[in-house]
Write a protein that binds this ligand. Structure first.
Ligand code: AP5
Length: 245
């Protein structure tokens, strides 16, 4: 099982990736965590990227691809992964596609976590105060959100056109978001005819109608075109081509 988790800073990518990795028994790979580890260990890569991370700018694609390659290849061999924070741009997505094609490791589903900007800022400022993460300051948070917004539309279109894109409202309690993601991922996998991938029994949704995810299948270009149940009801449309990692 290979999943991509896309969303603005503070939307809960890291938080949800931990829960989903645990639920499905797959590896959690975070580009941000890997980069911060390089900075903390003062490696050559860390020294190259530190200022960009501090400013809230994206790190060059070549570096990101370089640090992700080994963990992604290893996790592909070991049953799968959830990739949090990658890709950030269409360029990264296209490069990942070329790599995945060679590995035979295409991603079929991307999850897009959303939350309103004031909530994102509130969460990140709270975390900054608690942990001292250097890019969790008001000015840098604003810039990180702008960087995401600038790249988001083409990136989401890329996945919407090529693969299944599940949009999840992340502006709810953590456990509800996890439950919604699992419910919609399992449904999308069934619709795509993918084998069941579950390490632990799935929690039972108390009231599935409360879930506010939308699922865009290839050929359904608008994210809000239909609620997932309606949208997946007719079965999957074969993707034009795999989207990569
Ligand atoms: P990265 O580490 O990926 O940071 P980010 O995208 O800014 O995301 P965050 O980690 O801030 O937020 P998140 O969405 O993971 O939310 P989280 O679960 O932590 O990247 C950092 C930097 O590295 C980038 O700016 C860039 O420089 C570089 N980089 C990384 N990847 C790159 C790439 N592919 N290309 C180029 N450069 C790259 O939650 C945030 C807070 O909210 C936590 O305190 C959490 O407890 C809380 N929270 C989570 N969910 C909820 C909820 N449902 N309700 C209430 N609180 C919640």
């Amino acid at each position: 099982m290979r999943l991509l988790l896309i969303g603005p800073p503070g939307s809960g990518k890291g938080t949800q990736a931990v829960h989903l990795a645990e639920h499905y028994g797959i590896a959690h790979i975070s580009s941000g965590d890997l980069l911060r580890r390089h900075v903390a260990e003062n490696t050559t890569i860390g020294r190259t990227v530190a200022a960009r991370i501090h400013r809230g700018d994206l790190v060059p694609d070549s570096i990101v691809m370089d640090i992700l390659r080994k963990p992604v290849e290893a996790a592909t061999r070991d049953g799968g992964y959830i990739l949090d924070g990658f890709p950030r741009t269409v360029e990264q997505a296209e490069t990942a596609y070329r790599v995945a094609e060679r590995l035979g490791a295409e991603v079929r589903i991307a999850v897009y976590l959303t939350a309103a900007r004031p909530e994102l800022i509130r969460r990140l400022l709270a975390r900054g105060a608690q942990t001292g993460r250097t890019d969790d300051t008001e000015h840098v948070i604003g810039h990180r959100l702008d960087v995401f917004d600038n790249a988001a539309t083409p990136l989401l279109d890329y996945y919407r056109k090529r693969e299944t894109l599940i949009t999840i409202d992340g502006d709810r309690p953590e456990a509800e978001v996890t439950q919604a993601a699992i419910t919609h991922l399992d449904r999308a996998r069934r619709d795509l005819g993918l084998p069941e991938h579950r390490r632990t029994p799935a929690p039972v949704a108390a009231d599935d109608t409360k879930l506010t995810a939308t699922v865009a299948m290839p050929g359904h270009p608008t994210p809000h075109a239909a609620r997932s149940r309606q949208n997946t009801g007719g079965g999957p449309v074969p993707p034009q081509r795999p989207a990569g990692w």
